[in-house]
Design a protein around this ligand. Structure first.
Ligand SMILES: *[C@@H]1O[C@H](CO)[C@@H](O)[C@H](O)[C@H]1NC(C)=O
Ligand SMILES: *[C@@H]1O[C@H](CO)[C@@H](O)[C@H](O)[C@H]1NC(C)=O
Length: 187
């Protein structure tokens, strides 16, 4: 009995699939359009982001990669974010020591950790730049999670360092973004 029911269901399924090629081809033909729309809104976000940080990429491919999480593509921001983390740390160390050359090693390390760690301003500044709305992730990955946002934020400065051929220039862009936060807080 159960076997006959399954055969019947299988028959109905096959009949349904073969009788509605129209529906399937329509769905397929709308896919390229959809991905074109998505990719043009991604490009728009990338160009807005460059205005926001006041840095224009010579090769926007690097920024595209920086805004791509490893869940989305093999070509992703993981390695750029390692470089970016060290750019952030160097920039914070330079600024802190310029402000106070007598700062203790302990306080310097605290300042560095606060800036670069996921729980610290790394995530907060990434959110402020709206990276959670830009970064490309797989559909089952939460783009607002701190590790995704912070990874993209770090990768941004790794990408600038490669693009500019200078980690100092990337550190300066980072310093201005932080200074902007400082101004926003005091106003
Ligand atoms: C952007 O950068 C240029 C050149 O570095 C500078 O003159 C300008 O003031 C900056 N603008 C903002 C909004 O930071
Ligand atoms: C995504 O992550 C954010 C930040 O951790 C959290 O507030 C939000 O609830 C998460 N969303 C989903 C759908 O899990």
């Amino acid at each position: 009995m159960g076997f006959r029911v399954s055969i019947l269901l299988l028959f109905l399924l096959v009949t349904f699939l073969s009788s509605s090629p129209q529906a399937f081809s329509e769905e397929e033909s709308s896919l390229p359009e959809l991905s074109l729309r998505l990719s043009s809104s991604f490009s728009k976000s990338l160009s807005n982001l460059q205005k926001e940080i006041n840095y224009t990429f010579k090769g926007v491919g690097l920024l595209r990669r920086a805004m791509t999480h490893s869940s989305y593509s093999e070509e992703n921001n993981k390695a750029l974010s390692v470089l970016g983390e060290s750019v952030i740390e160097t920039s914070v160390a330079l600024q802190s020591l310029r402000r106070d050359v007598d700062i203790s090693a302990k306080d310097l390390n605290l300042a560095i950790t606060e800036a670069s760690k996921v729980e610290g301003s790394c995530n907060a500044e990434g959110i402020r730049l709206g990276l959670q709305n830009i970064v490309r992730v797989a559909s089952n990955t939460n783009a607002t999670s701190p590790s995704v946002v912070c990874g993209a934020f770090r990768a941004l400065f790794g990408a600038i360092a490669i693009d500019a051929g200078s980690s100092d220039e990337a550190g300066e862009v980072y310093g201005k973004i932080r200074a902007g936060v400082g101004r926003a807080v005091t106003v």
